[in-house]
Design a protein around this ligand. Structure first.
Ligand code: 13P
Ligand code: ZN
Length: 269
């Protein structure tokens, strides 16, 4: 028995997570247990699910998040591998609900798999999105090789320096990641400080933020769209690096070409 049985919409959402987990492994972005995914699944919760008993004790989130009152999430399990999650999402992740004090969560299904160590960042961001009235329901943390490599140079850690370079590599980058790449300086993985800095960067109106020398954190309506934004940005980083490997600095599209693109496609300036 799985909580997904007879809940086709919830099942479809979790199957999307599994599909993306497979892509992350294929891309080489998900070594060992690298990366994590959470999805706000509250809209799929019915009365029977609501009445289900918890299968764990309430555990602290590390923050009090009033905007998450009554919310439910699918979370990758801590220490679990994306390549395993791709085959068995409910054995490598679990569904949790936020307790009424908004400071704890409890696991409801299918097995007591402890959620990702980056839960403070994921849940804080979901709370922020709900408070803003955003339609975004999915968040993705992953370790895309070329984007992480860029953060080892202070040049690319300056605000919007990487965004401008990545947008200029190929028109699709700005078209499909129109808010660019926010920057969060190095902080301890899984810390509440990292969660706070992530929200601050997302609040500057980025959908994807770079965690220096670690990975990216992306949000979007669903997990496939969050993955796509990271994929187009990393593709641009690969083009940049390919040109450098051929022995020259890539020219990049001109400011006028990028301006034209934004005007014609109605992209945010
Ligand atoms: P988890 O296995 O706890 O999800 O951690 C992976 C990771 O990438 C931490 O930043
Ligand atoms: Zn990580």
């Amino acid at each position: 028995m799985s909580i997904l049985d007879n809940r086709p919409e919830l099942r479809a959402e979790i199957e999307k997570v599994a599909e993306v987990a497979g892509y992350l492994w294929q891309k080489g972005w998900a070594e060992r247990n690298g990366g994590n995914i959470t999805v706000n699944v509250t809209r799929f919760v019915d009365d029977t699910m609501m009445a289900m008993p918890a299968i764990s004790e309430p555990r602290p989130i590390g923050k009090t998040l009033p905007d998450l009152k009554g919310c439910w999430f699918y979370c990758k399990g801590t220490g679990k591998r994306m390549r395993d999650l791709a085959r068995e999402p409910m054995a490598n992740g679990s569904i949790i609900r936020i307790t009424p004090d908004c400071a704890h969560y409890e696991i409801v299904a299918d097995s007591p798999v402890s959620p990702t160590s980056e839960l403070p960042s994921h849940l804080a961001v979901h709370g922020y999105l709900l408070a803003k009235g955003s339609p975004y329901r999915a968040s993705l943390h992953t370790h895309p090789i070329e984007l992480v490599a860029l953060t080892h140079s202070p040049k690319w850690m300056e605000k919007d320096a990487a965004t401008r370079m990545l947008w200029s590599m190929i028109p699709e980058t700005k078209a499909f990641c129109p808010r660019g790449l926010g920057i969060v300086p190095y902080m301890l993985p899984s810390s509440v400080e990292l969660a706070d800095a992530t929200i601050k960067a997302i609040d500057e109106d980025y959908d994807v933020v770079m965690w220096e020398k670690h990975g990216v954190f992306a949000v979007d309506t669903d997990i496939m769209d969050a993955f796509d934004q990271v994929d187009v940005l990393n593709k641009a980083a690969q083009i940049y690096i390919s040109a450098k490997n051929m022995g020259f600095e890539p020219e990049g599209m001109t400011d006028a070409q990028m301006h034209e693109l934004s005007t014609v496609f109605g992209l945010p300036k």
